[in-house]
Write a protein that binds this ligand. Structure first.
Ligand code: ADP
Length: 190
């Protein structure tokens, strides 16, 4: 199985690249942001809980995220593999993921980290905010919070996979296809 962590700051292009990767490699897309937005749209208890964090650009508590991901993995573990997008976002989530996978006899193949300069990220998020309807895309202070949370809490996750020799960085500026081809070259080595 190919189990890939697609990593990068908000606005790095994880969603865009995930769509192309699931098609090429026939993988299941597990985006915690998308799952939370689905719960939010359906007005579930989980959605209501997540909303207050998401709207402010803060992280939903680890135990909530981990429980949701674990259910999803167990529900669908028989495919070709997963693309984890927007997860793990803390070192605690990364160790919990290793444990869940290990119990199922699975493991992470590798992490692909998209590198994009901060000024380009902000520009992309603001642009997306015009059409995404996402509260967290439309306000400069919320965008700043998300980038700060990324630097403080999420960036250490790259170190977690680097320690396991599973980290590859990819330059995340260029055409969608150029970036995609560079990612595919890495995955074909797994
Ligand atoms: P982005 O476009 O910023 O990468 P996502 O769509 O992945 O954002 O997630 C949107 C919001 O959902 C985050 O700002 C956060 O509040 C919440 N969220 C998503 N994934 C996680 C996670 N793994 N841990 C905690 N909170 C999360």
């Amino acid at each position: 199985m190919l189990n890939i962590v697609l990593f990068g700051p908000p606005g790095a292009g994880k969603g865009t690249q995930s769509e192309k990767l699931i098609e090429k490699y026939d993988l299941i897309h597990l985006s915690t942001g998308d799952l939370f937005r689905k719960h939010l749209g359906e007005g579930t208890e989980l959605g209501k809980l997540a909303r207050k964090y998401m709207d402010e650009g803060r992280l939903v508590p680890d135990e909530v995220v981990i429980g949701m991901v674990e259910d999803k993995i167990k529900e669908t573990k028989d495919g070709n593999g997963f693309i984890f997008d927007g997860f793990p976002r803390t070192v605690a989530q990364a160790s919990a993921l290793d444990k869940v996978l290990e119990d199922l006899g699975l493991k992470i193949s590798g992490m692909i980290a998209l590198d994009v300069p901060e000024d380009i990220l902000k520009e992309r998020i603001r642009e997306r905010g015009k059409t995404s309807g996402r509260v967290d895309d439309q306000d400069d202070s919320k965008i700043e919070t998300r980038i700060k949370v990324y630097l403080d809490e999420t960036l250490p996750v790259a170190g977690f996979y680097d320690n396991q020799s599973k980290l590859t960085k990819i330059h995340g500026v260029g055409t969608i296809d150029e970036i995609f081809n560079n990612i595919a070259k890495v995955i074909d080595q797994y």
